[in-house]
Ligand binder design. Sequence first.
Ligand SMILES: [Fe+2]
Length: 468
Amino acid sequence: MELTWKRKLEWLVMVGFLYIINANVSEGGITSSFLRSYNYSRDMPLDSDVFRVPPGYNAPQQVHLTQGDHLGKGVIVSWITQDEPGSSTVVYWAQHSQLKLQAHGFFLTYNYYNYTSGYIHHCTIENLKFDTKYFYEVGIGLTTRRFWFKTPPPVGPDVPYTFGVIGDLGQTYDSNITLTHYEKNPAKGETVLFVGDLSYADAYTFHDNRRWDTWGRFAERVAAYQPWIWTAGNHEIDFAPEIGETRPFKPYTARYPVSFQASNSTSPLWYSIKRASAYIIVVSTYSAVGKYTPQYKWLENEFAKVNRKETPWLIVLMHSPIYSSYVTHYMEGETMRVILEKWFVEYKVDVVFAGHVHAYERSERISNIAYDIVNGLCKPINDQSAPVYITIGDGGNIEDLATNMTEPQPKYSAFREASFGHGILDIKNRSHAYFSWHRNQDGYAVEADSIWLHNRYYGTRSDIKQLA
Ligand SMILES: [Fe+2]
């Protein structure tokens, strides 16, 4: 049957359209075409409700948790009292138990230029039971405040566990939306993997440390109920010799301790934990990592000692990504890549989460470790021993989104989109984990990107079939 000119034209438009779609995909990965209604977001004002000081004289504020040992049987509880030291004791008890226990901590203060901190309390609770809900109280008398947390199941290869992944959060209206979306996500993260850049207090004159306090009060609604695994970002450095502040990471380390000694680290900026079926190594992008440095030596030992039969999921957290195809911060992670990438491949890291770039990106499994100065082998290649690199510095801070992307999209970049959001890593068993990315403009359950991760130690998809 003879086609009419109109039908022919429709066919041509359709074929052309399909060609354009196909060309977009085959050039590299997917650059999302999602269109945001976009307003530049400023920090929420100091008198915002989310920054409210809890009522009562000297009431504990900025309560937050992190893992307090290497296995997950310990918790560090931190909080601040503003008027006087008060008590550094935590009262805690297991759900359904009448037995109230106490753990005793300590407090410290610090000065930063013209700012003096409140009394910052840190108290480690040890030897908790696994997989148990605990209530805890901080404060004295009428200003006692009560919270709860749940310890993880015992470490083991098939223990399911769900992590939230948040980076570069800040304290804007967008930050607030990100945190709410994480709270309401039906996937229910049990612990937050935080990839650096907390308060952005350093955006203010003299690094106004009151913005560290507002951030602590803002994050409390999640951080008092589940541990956040901290990573230091560039906004934690607070190095300001022009105002006499020459000790890097002073506010951050005073406020957000980690149990680094439990992994034989000599610095709170790099350390590891086990949690359920995951082994998590936290790298400091802003500390020396060259050969012979303390971080290098520690990492060299650390990767070698991970027992994948016990913790199949090997996860690295770092602030600056080593693979990112955005223009902002392009190649800033290159010095780290030169040192670290060979270990990521040799030890078959499953996934590397990074922040710093204020957008989302997920890579293919690629490596670029063959170059030896003279052989010319300096391009990323497909490598099934390599991790998936996920950049998730899209928490919503004052510095705005990174919308400028390098073009064309490199082949190693599987998916990229400049929107605010958060991630969920849902570990199912030793062989399968599901990662999803959730943008702030969507409903709480919507996945804007997702991938099944097949464990690197227990093999690729075909290997898993053999094991089954
Ligand atoms: Fe950053």
